[in-house]
Design a protein around this ligand. Structure first.
Ligand code: ATP
Ligand code: MG
Length: 417
C-alpha cells in the first residue's frame, strides 16, 4: 500500500480530472460507494473459483460477526447500489463512473499493489453492440486526452449462458492431455474454472495452451452477430483493435464482449484497463434483468505509463520578498489579498536576507518576485522582477493586487520548474 506524495499527486489529479471531463461528455455521472461491502456480494458476483475470491480478498468479521470485505473491484458494489436505489426506475439507461481504492492481497511488485486505485465506468440497460463501441470509443478518447499512446486494444467475446458451457467442455477436453505440464493452480482450475488456465501467467501454462481451441469458433449465433457488429462499429469509428481469443479475464460475470488495453511497458502487469459485458450479473444479484458493460483502469499503471511526462506541481505566480518588519507585515497582508484574488502567492515567513529569499523564489519557480523594503513602502513603489527574463520594473503599491492579478492571469497559469 502506497502513500501518494506531492510531486506525484499532480499526475493523479490530472488523470482524475480528465476522467471527470471525458466521461461526462458521454453522459456518465459519478457514483460514490463504500469501500466495504458484505463478503457475499463479491463471492456471488466475481465467482467463488476466481483468484480474487479464492485468495486475494481482505475479509474480516465486524463486532456483530458480519463478514465484510474491502472491495477488490468496483462493479459489484456499483451494481449493489444500482439495485438498492432502483436506479433503472429513474432512467432506462444508467451511465455511472467511479474512482477510488480497491484492495487485493497479491504479491506486490511494479504495477501490482495491495491497495490500488481504479477509475471505472458502467453502462446499464443497453444490450446493443453500439453501447460496447461507445464504451471503447470513450476509453480510446481518455487515453488520447491523457496522452498515453503506448497501448493496444484487445477484444474478445466470451459467449453467453448458452454457448459458454460448450466452450468450457471443449477446453476441458483439450486440457486433459496436457494436465501434467500445467502448474498446480491450473491443475485445480482445470476442474473448477478451466477458462482461467488461459489467463495463467506461468510460462509453462502459456506454452501448453498455445493451440487451445478458440472461444470464437464456438459462439452461438446471437453472440457471434454481436461480436461482428461491434467490430463493424469500431472500424467505422476508426478505433484500432486486435482480436485476442485467449483473453478470458479474471472475473466470472463477463458475457459476450471483453476487452483490455494492454502495454508492453509494464512487464507482466500488461493490462492498464480491462472490462466487458455482464448481461446476467444484475439479475444474479437480485435486481432486474438488465444488461450492462463497463471497464476499470488501474491508476497506478496509468501513472507508471506517464513516466517522465508527469505533471509538474504548479509554480507560484508571485513571490513576495520583504526586508524589515514593516515591509514584511505589508507583504504578508498583500500575499493574503493576492491569494483571495486567485493567485498562487508565496513568501518567506522567517526574516531572511534578500539573497536567501531570492534563492527560495528561484527554487519554487516563481514567475514574478515582488521586492518590498522600507524605502519602497515610503515611496509607494515596489520592485517587480520578472523571473523569466530577469528584468526589474517599479510597480505602484496602490492597486497592486489588481495589477498583479492582471499580469499573472494573462500569462500561462501553470508551467514546469
Ligand atoms: P491482472 O491480470 O494484471 O492481475 P486483473 O485482470 O486482475 O489484472 P481487473 O480486475 O480487470 O485486473 O482490474 C482492472 C485493472 O485494474 C487492471 O487492468 C489493472 O490496471 C488494475 N489492477 C488490477 N489489480 C491491480 C493491483 N493489484 N495493483 C494495481 N493495479 C491493479
Ligand atoms: Mg489480477
Amino acid at each position: 500500500m502506497n502513500d501518494i506524495l506531492p510531486g506525484e499527486v499532480e499526475t493523479w489529479q490530472f488523470l482524475e480530472s480528465e476522467a471527470h471531463r471525458i466521461f461526462q461528455l458521454y453522459g456518465f455521472a459519478e457514483v460514490r460507494v463504500p469501500v466495504v461491502e458484505k463478503t457475499e456480494l463479491f463471492c456471488r458476483s466475481i465467482g467463488e473459483t476466481t483468484d480474487i475470491v479464492e485468495k486475494e480478498m481482505y475479509t474480516f468479521s465486524d463486532r456483530s460477526d458480519n463478514s465484510l470485505t474491502l472491495r477488490p473491484e468496483g462493479t459489484a458494489p456499483v451494481m449493489r447500489a444500482f439495485i438498492e436505489h432502483k436506479l433503472h426506475t429513474l432512467d432506462p439507461v444508467s451511465r455511472l463512473y467511479y474512482m477510488g481504492p480497491m484492495f487485493r492481497y497479491e504479491r506486490p511488485q511494479k504495477g501490482r499493489y495491495r491497495q490500488f486505485h481504479q477509475i471505472g465506468v458502467e453502462a446499464i440497460g443497453v444490450d446493443d453492440p453500439m453501447m460496447d463501441a461507445q464504451i471503447l470509443a470513450m476509453l480510446d478518447h481518455y487515453f488520447e486526452a491523457v496522452d498515453i499512446r503506448n497501448v493496444e486494444l484487445h477484444i474478445n467475446s466470451l459467449g453467453c449462458k448458452q454457448c459458454r458451457p460448450r466452450y468450457r467442455e471443449t477446453l476441458t477436453g483439450y486440457l486433459e492431455s496436457r494436465l501434467r505440464t500445467l502448474c498446480a493452480d491450473c491443475q485445480r482450475r482445470y476442474l473448477t474454472n478451466p477458462l482461467r488456465v488461459l489467463d495463467c501467467k506461468v510460462p509453462a501454462c502459456q506454452e501448453a495452451t498455445v493451440d487451445a481451441p478458440s472461444v470464437l469458433d464456438l459462439l452461438c449465433d446471437d453472440c457471434d452477430t454481436h461480436f461482428r457488429q461491434l467490430q463493424a462499429h469500431l472500424h467505422k469509428l476508426g478505433i484500432v483493435f486486435t482480436i485476442n481469443a485467449r483473453m478470458v479475464r479474471g472475473l466470472d460475470y463477463y458475457t459476450k464482449t471483453t476487452f483490455e488495453m494492454v502495454t508492453n511497458q509494464l512487464g507482466s502487469q500488461n493490462a492498464v484497463a480491462a472490462g466487458g459485458r455482464y448481461d446476467g450479473l444484475i439479475q444474479d444479484l437480485g435486481g432486474p434483468a438488465l444488461p450492462g458493460i463497463g471497464f476499470a483502469m488501474g491508476v497506478e499503471r496509468l501513472v507508471l505509463m506517464k513516466g517522465d511526462q508527469r505533471i509538474a506541481p504548479p509554480r507560484p505566480q508571485v513571490f513576495l520578498a520583504a526586508l524589515g518588519d514593516a515591509a514584511t507585515d505589508e507583504a504578508f497582508a498583500l500575499m493574503t489579498r493576492l491569494q483571495r484574488l486567485g493567485l498562487r502567492a508565496e513568501m518567506a515567513f522567517a526574516g531572511k536576507s534578500l539573497k536567501a529569499q531570492m534563492r527560495r523564489a528561484g527554487k519554487l519557480g516563481a514567475r514574478f518576485v515582488l521586492i518590498l523594503g522600507d524605502e519602497e513602502l515610503a515611496s509607494g513603489q515596489a520592485q517587480l522582477r520578472d523571473m523569466d527574463d530577469g528584468s526589474q520594473t517599479p510597480i505602484a503599491l496602490e492597486g497592486i493586487g489588481q495589477a498583479l492579478a492582471a499580469r499573472c492571469l494573462a500569462g500561462p497559469a501553470t508551467g514546469s520548474r
